[in-house]
Ligand binder design. Structure first.
Ligand SMILES: [Zn+2]
Length: 186
C-alpha cells in the first residue's frame, strides 16, 4: 500500500474512533409515581424493606421509587409507561417484586444500544424518615441499573405538611435517568 494510502487509512481509523468518542447521543427520561399508605403491607422503597408501621397500596409491591425509575428509563427510550408494559389488571404482577420492572427497562435499553448513565431519585414523604435507608437504596438501585453507586442519587424530602403527602396519606417519587450509548470505550 502506498504511503499516502496508509496515511489516509490511518486517518480514517483515527477519525472514526474520535467520532465514536465525541458523538454520543444521550437520552433523558422523567418518571413520577405515587402510592397511598395502608396498614398491613411492608414498605418497599428502592428495592429495600423500610421499617414503618404502614406500607403502600398497589397491585405489585408498590415500590414507588422503582416505578418512577422504570418510567424514567421507558421515557428516555420513548417506549411508553410502566402500565403499558406491566398492566395492573394482570394477575401475574400481583405483589410483584418491582425490581423486575427496573431490570426489564434496563434490558430494553440494552436492546436499543443504550445503558444507564446516571439516576437521580427524590422521594417525598412526611414519614418514615429515610436517612438510614438512603445508602441501602442507593446500593440496591445501582446494582439494578448496572452502574457504580456514584451514578445514583437518592434524595428524601418532606412536603412541609402540605397537601395529601403532608397529611401522610401516601408518598411520591420522582426520578430522572440519563441513558448513554453503549460504546466499546464506554
Ligand atoms: Zn407505582
Amino acid at each position: 500500500m502506498p504511503f499516502s494510502r496508509i496515511h489516509a487509512f490511518t486517518f480514517l481509523i483515527a477519525s472514526s474512533a474520535l467520532v465514536s468518542y465525541f458523538i454520543v447521543m444521550p437520552r433523558i427520561g422523567l418518571g413520577y409515581d405515587s402510592h397511598r399508605f395502608v396498614a398491613g403491607r411492608p414498605l418497599m422503597l428502592g428495592g429495600v424493606l423500610v421499617a414503618h408501621d404502614m406500607g403502600l397500596a398497589g397491585h405489585s409491591d408498590a415500590d414507588a421509587a422503582l416505578h418512577a425509575i422504570t418510567d424514567a428509563i421507558l421515557g428516555a427510550l420513548g417506549l411508553g409507561d410502566i402500565g403499558e408494559h406491566f398492566p395492573d389488571g394482570d394477575p401475574k404482577w400481583r405483589n410483584a417484586d418491582s425490581r423486575h420492572f427496573v431490570l426489564h427497562a434496563v434490558q430494553l435499553a440494552h436492546q436499543h444500544g443504550m445503558k444507564v448513565g446516571n439516576c437521580d431519585l427524590t422521594i417525598i414523604t412526611e414519614s418514615p424518615k429515610l436517612r438510614a435507608a438512603k445508602p441501602l437504596m442507593k446500593a440496591s438501585i445501582a446494582e439494578m441499573l448496572g452502574v457504580p453507586q456514584s451514578a445514583v442519587a437518592v434524595k428524601a424530602k418532606t412536603n412541609e405538611h402540605m397537601g395529601w403527602i403532608g397529611r401522610g396519606e401516601g408518598l411520591a417519587a420522582m426520578a430522572v435517568v440519563m441513558l448513554v450509548e453503549q460504546t466499546e470505550i464506554g
